[in-house]
Write a protein of this length. Structure first.
Length: 201
């Protein structure tokens, strides 16, 4: 199956995804919901408060099985490597419960790809619903007060050499400079999050 066919099968328009999940999108400039006790591929549990020293926190919803999420792993690692020295911390969260997306496989993936950021598992899918995440990858930039500064796509092309707008990097640079990003929201692209059940009313 070609990549384009995989995308057609695995992806849905963002508005449809939000409706399917029952998610209410987090609001720019407002505090983001906290989370705690998520198991990580590093064998530890993690919570939002564990990263209180980070100037900026980037929460990236990713997973193992999605080919688009895999295509962005290198870019996410590069952002952590480059911006980590500036006080930025990337945290990836996977909420899919497919066999290939569960914690044991996440541990294998993180080790094989040498992830330099925490890779956490939320089998309840609550964190993704709280943030309004719709697909993988879907990134959220939180400022020092953990207010949402940007959410959406990492950049504007699945292939790095075709990307012309580097949304995530631009948002991080702006927040580091004490500014509001010029673009605060873009449409995330990728495979839809696989919700176990509709959200409760």
């Amino acid at each position: 199956m070609t990549l384009s066919k995989i995308l057609l099968v695995g992806c849905v328009a963002p508005a449809t995804l939000a409706w399917a999940s029952g998610a209410q999108a987090a609001e720019i400039g407002k505090p983001i919901p906290a989370w705690a006790d998520l198991p990580g591929a590093d064998g530890k549990t993690h919570g939002l408060d564990d990263y209180k020293d980070a100037k900026i926190l980037v929460v990236a919803f990713m997973c193992n099985h999605c080919p688009i999420s895999r295509m962005y792993e290198g870019r996410v690692k590069a952002i952590q490597k480059e911006y980590g020295k500036k006080g930025v911390q990337v945290v990836a969260i996977n909420v899919n419960n497919f066999p290939e997306d569960r914690l044991d496989k996440m541990i294998e993936r993180a080790k094989a790809e040498k992830f330099n950021f925490p890779y956490l598992y939320d089998s309840s899918q609550k964190v993704a619903r709280d943030y309004g995440a719709t697909c993988t990858p879907h990134v959220f930039v939180l400022d020092r007060e953990r207010r949402l500064a940007y959410e959406g796509a990492v950049d504007d092309a699945n292939k790095l050499d075709q990307a012309k707008k580097h949304h995530l990097r631009e948002a991080i640079d702006a927040v580091l400079d004490g500014k509001t990003p010029e673009t605060t929201k873009t449409d995330a692209r990728g495979c839809s999050i696989k919700w176990d059940k509709p959200a409760e009313e």
